[in-house]
Write a protein that binds this ligand. Sequence first.
Ligand SMILES: O=C(COP(=O)(O)O)[C@@H](O)[C@H](O)[C@H](O)COP(=O)(O)O
Length: 281
Amino acid sequence: MDAYQNVGIRRRMARFFRRDGRALIFAMDHGFEHGPTDFEEHWEHVNPRIILRKVIRAGVDGVMMLPGLARIAGDELRPNVGLMIKLTSKTELRPKDDQLLQSQLGFVEDAVKLGADAIAATVYWGSPAEDVMMRQFAEIASYAHDLGFPVVQFAYPRGPYINERYGKKEDYRVVMYGARAAVESGADMIKTYWTGSRETFAKVVEAAAGVPVLLSGGAKTEKPVDFLKLVWEVIEAGGAGAVVGRNIFQRENPEPFIKALIKVVHRNEDPEEAAKAEGLL
Ligand SMILES: O=C(COP(=O)(O)O)[C@@H](O)[C@H](O)[C@H](O)COP(=O)(O)O
């Protein structure tokens, strides 16, 4: 039984990662997690079918969504594009004190029915609600692994004691701690924050002990090349790629930007050269 599960996990992982062990994944859970205002810069992208067509045409390796968007637009995905379904979230409408919890909004069975290739869940390490999220993750991971599905942890340290002890959640010691906690809790992929330098991000990658570490994109950079440079540093640090939302859907024309990102992630191309080649400089 164990051997079957492992083959299932490996085969499904390969739907995201190319032979180089890297992946560029498009993230679209912002309408829930941040609110639809995230789409106001290019409002047509609030329609999942419109943006999914663009990102898939441009060549992303995978897409991450909550179950409801997968239900209404998952049929846009071509068979060679991995589908990651995230089963936890929170809205920004919650009272501030409750925003350090991600609640479960779907079940492994739903993700399987929707054709998922991987199941994701967030843990806010250091949150007063860490215990709840650890249990959610354990339940999701245990069942998903039984069925042969890889599990992605959005390992996001955030909480009052982190600020008191380390000053900020992006301190590499904090990010590294979250990544290690993700590994030790059974994650097959990790999505986490940038630590500010290649050297410190390389330590996060090392602490993950072979489990692929993906950058969580973050707010849109004004110049596209600045985001390409950031992703280049991630790759140079041994990162496995990036999960990117706003830097894609908040651009009027995301396709050349994605093509440049693919050159950086999969071909180690210099970010300025990649930007020039795609008309972004
Ligand atoms: O993890 C998320 C939110 O994180 P946040 O609480 O904004 O730090 C997701 O909503 C996004 O999928 C993730 O941030 C990737 O999207 P971008 O950051 O690239 O927009």
